[in-house]
Design a protein around this ligand. Structure first.
Ligand code: ARG
Length: 571
């Protein structure tokens, strides 16, 4: 169970019983900062005292008098101006820990009200290899999907490819013109990029070639079979590259419904918005207008009849609502699309297609090099994603070779993959995703500090203790874990807080709250391990401590898995 939530409920009920006129007051239960004063504290009495004109310490006492301690809480204490310090009873800790230790879900409850959530992430544009700018959306989106799924929600992860647009006229015309002279290569997508560059250059100076490209685009949009086949070929090349990258990242999608999937809906969307008076012509184009004149109108059809990104997004929302009836749609993109999604969500609500659907835009900052500038190659392009992943694995390999020179080279390579990719993901997920992500290889691969390698190493180290302990069936024992040392109790409490960390990370998709928890858990574990010998203790103590080790390893593994990060048995 989520202890903070359970205690909040009890304090809430106590407040309602003690002060019926203030039953709505928030219980304000937080984790205590200092174990000396307890495990949790309620800060409710100060505000209530003010509101009711009573002394906060007396208010605190009245709350305590009504508080159902059950077998959960020891006798509370009042501190300072009226803080209520709450401590879990040691017997409860021992029982709860034993229950968690035998639970596959490690004490994390399934959501009481499972929801259907569509998560739109990834979404690269086709016909180009992925670059470093395509890294954050799959990392963040996949972690969101994993968290929601673990809590029992139905999740539809959808990759909204940019696979439709005006560039296809130039691509098709260019392919015909330059295809014969650009040699086939192992990588058809690279060849396509080379051809596209030649075509763009030619279009810059040659009006008749531009006209040719426009004609091909019109044919494609009208459903010409040859052009459609060509377009499909381009998409297939792109997808095979994307899938390779997603596989290396360990990211999975349930659907890949690109912009092209909504093509046939667009005219209808514009008609419908017009007929409802939400959209109207403006200088030959069609726009959605807002009552607030200051807000920029949303362009949904150009004067030449072409539809836009926004039109597709409105169609997409409608499609998702009709098909999955979700209670929530989450779209993960970079921060530059904030205005776009504010407008889309607003228009969708007025259109009435997403009533009772929570629409959320989760946005992230830019990836920057250590010098604070975008990560670009010498030629000025953003660094290819493949190169970023290669470099991560190569650098991780150097770390592994240094740490464990006795491993075989296959083992080293396998570990380096897990550590390298994990390091990137964790560096992203361990900070506020709205901030820019400063890419610092040394920092993210460090074995010390708040990094994936540190946590993966902590996991591997515990697994090695467990191998040496050689006590099978640890996870099956339901005997209460009797704890005697403060460091054991501190570790136990931390382990019981996994549900709190998961709920906190899921509420606003602040994934760094989960990574922080895992980092703190490792630190608490280290303190425990330094002050409480495990393998050399007496059998009864040894057994309890081995179970604490086992549970710590499982919580670390589960927590990292929710962030999309793997662990290894040896490092
Ligand atoms: N293709 C877009 C881009 O490259 C991302 C798509 C995000 N999803 C959406 N429904 N618009 O920025």
């Amino acid at each position: 169970m989520n202890l903070q939530l359970e205690i909040s409920l009890r304090v809430r009920r106590a407040i309602a019983a003690a002060f019926p006129s203030a039953a709505d007051a928030a219980p304000l239960v937080v984790q205590a900062q200092n174990a000396q004063f307890g495990d949790y504290q309620s800060n409710a009495a100060m505000g209530l005292g003010k509101r009711l004109g009573q002394k906060p310490r007396e208010v605190a006492q009245k709350i305590i008098d009504q508080l159902d301690l059950g077998d959960l809480l020891a006798k509370p204490e009042i501190a300072g101006p009226g803080f209520i310090n709450l401590r879990l009873r040691p017997e409860f800790l021992a029982q709860a820990l034993a229950a968690v230790a035998t639970d596959d879900r490690l004490g994390v409850p399934l959501a009481a009200d499972p929801r259907t959530v569509v998560v739109d992430f990834g979404g690269p544009n086709t016909c180009k290899p992925m670059h470093v700018g395509h890294l954050r959306s799959p990392i963040i989106g996949d972690a969101i999907c994993r968290l929601l799924r673990f809590l029992g929600h139905k999740v539809v992860g959808d990759n909204h490819l940019g696979d439709w647009g005006t560039q296809f006229g130039l691509l098709i015309a260019g392919f015909r013109r330059f295809g014969p002279e650009v040699p086939e290569s192992a990588d058809p997508l690279e060849r396509l990029v080379a051809i596209y560059k030649l075509a763009t250059a030619l279009a810059d100076q040659d009006e008749s070639f531009r006209a040719e490209a426009r004609a091909e685009l019109a044919k494609l949009q009208a459903g010409d079979p040859a052009n459609l086949a060509q377009w499909r070929q381009f998409s297939a090349w792109s997808l095979s590259h994307f899938n390779e990258m997603y596989a290396r990242l360990g990211v999975h999608f349930d659907e890949t419904l690109g912009e092209s999937s909504y093509n046939s809906m667009l005219a209808g969307v514009v008609e419908d918005l017009k007929s409802r008076g939400l959209a109207r012509p403006s200088e030959g184009a069609i726009c959605v207008f807002w009552d607030d004149e200051k807000l920029p109108p949303l362009l949904i059809q150009k004067s030449d009849g072409a539809f836009l990104y926004a039109t597709t997004d409105l169609a997409t929302l409608k499609y998702r609502c009709d098909r999955w009836h979700p209670s929530e749609i989450v779209i993960v993109t970079d921060a530059r699309q904030q205005l776009h999604f504010n407008q889309i969500f607003d228009a969708a609500r007025r259109w009435g297609i997403a009533e009772d659907v929570v629409l959320r835009h989760v946005f992230f900052g830019t990836i920057l090099g250590p010098d604070g500038r975008p990560l670009k190659t010498r030629s000025g392009d953003l660094v290819a994603l493949k190169d970023v992943l290669d470099e991560a694995e190569n650098r991780a390999l150097a770390v592994v070779r240094d740490k464990s020179p006795d491993l075989s080279s296959e083992e080293m390579a396998a570990i380096a993959r897990v550590v390298g990719i994990g390091a990137i993901k964790y560096a992203d997920l361990s900070q506020n995703h709205q901030s820019d992500f400063v890419f610092n290889w040394d920092k993210m691969l460090a074995l010390q500090g708040n990094t994936a390698p540190y946590l993966q190493y902590a996991y591997a180290r515990i697994r090695s203790i467990l191998r040496k302990g050689n006590e099978p069936g640890l996870a099956a024992s339901a005997a209460p874990l009797l704890l005697t040392e403060p460091a054991e109790a501190a570790l136990a409490l931390k382990l019981l807080r996994l549900p709190e960390a998961i709920d906190a990370a899921t509420d606003d998709f602040r994934l760094n709250l989960l990574s922080n928890y895992l980092f703190e858990l490792s630190a608490v574990f280290t303190t425990f391990y330094e002050s409480c010998p495990v393998l050399k203790s007496d059998p009864a103590v040894r057994a309890v401590r081995l179970r604490l080790c086992d549970l710590t390893a499982r919580v670390l593994k589960q927590g990292l898995d929710l962030l999309g990060i793997d662990v290894v048995e040896r490092m």
